[in-house]
Design a protein around this ligand. Structure first.
Ligand SMILES: Cc1cc2nc3c(=O)[nH]c(=O)nc-3n(C[C@H](O)[C@H](O)[C@H](O)COP(=O)(O)OP(=O)(O)OC[C@H]3O[C@@H](n4cnc5c(N)ncnc54)[C@H](O)[C@@H]3O)c2cc1C
Length: 193
């Protein structure tokens, strides 16, 4: 989506990238304005350095939209976004994480060691990155909320099944007082929402 909105502001090369690559996105954690990956201008290139943790589909991707800061002191105003080919020298994909859930897509670190990105691959303008990241996150939040709801529902279903099937002291544990309170709480929450 970032490419659709901001890609056309640069060269037509971005349109080529849009159709020919498999993308992943490398932003930051909760404190998006405090990201630590750096981008320093060197002639016609930006030199990227840093490690991005927990990147979805990095192993399968052939390119990424990478957010980096030119000046950490500027916080969110120093962040820019770059389209980066994953076969660029200095870019390494880390081990695939062995996750408890969301296993349909891979998750890995992406390590950037003096990765040179041509200035044509800057998305939008210098300092636009934070705004782009926020727009992207607004779309992503709906999906993340659905995932959280699904995980919560699955956990509850598993607990209810267990409570009805596990026997202790010759009794199904659903019949014990403490578990009954939980059952009542769940029933009330279900009625209210
Ligand atoms: C499966 C998975 C896939 C991911 N894919 C991607 C991806 O494709 N691209 C990408 O860029 N990132 C990706 N991420 C990273 C994700 O965006 C971050 O993990 C997430 O934003 C949390 O940041 P953090 O890990 O730095 O945790 P932290 O920011 O260190 O948070 C640690 C804890 O502190 C709490 N916390 C933080 N700030 C506050 C606050 N202000 N108030 C109260 N509590 C707070 C958090 O809720 C959490 O419990 C992925 C993560 C996971 C788990």
């Amino acid at each position: 989506m970032i490419l659709v909105i901001f890609g056309s502001q640069n060269t037509s090369k971005n349109i080529y990238y849009f159709f020919s690559k498999k993308y992943c996105i490398l932003e930051a954690g909760s404190d998006a304005g405090g990201l630590t990956t750096t981008a320093h201008k060197d002639g016609d290139y930006f030199i990227l350095n840093g490690t991005k943790a927990w990147v979805s589909s990095a192993r399968e991707a052939t390119a990424g939209i990478i957010f980096a800061t030119a000046d950490k002191k500027l916080r969110h105003k120093g962040i820019s976004a770059f389209i980066v080919d994953f076969d660029t020298e200095g870019l390494v994909i880390g081990e695939t994480e062995n996750k408890m859930g969301i296993r349909a897509c891979s998750t890995s670190d992406v390590i950037l060691n003096n990765v040179a990105v041509h200035k044509d691959n800057l998305l939008g303008k210098i300092g636009d990155g934070f705004k782009m990241a926020m727009e992207q996150l607004d779309l992503g939040r709906i999906g993340i909320a659905s995932q959280a709801l699904g995980i919560g529902q699955a956990a509850l279903d598993t607990a209810i099944y267990y409570a009805y099937n596990r026997k202790a002291f010759g009794e199904k544990i659903i019949n014990f007082q403490a578990v009954q309170v939980l059952k009542l709480t769940y029933s009330m929450a279900y009625i209210l929402y």
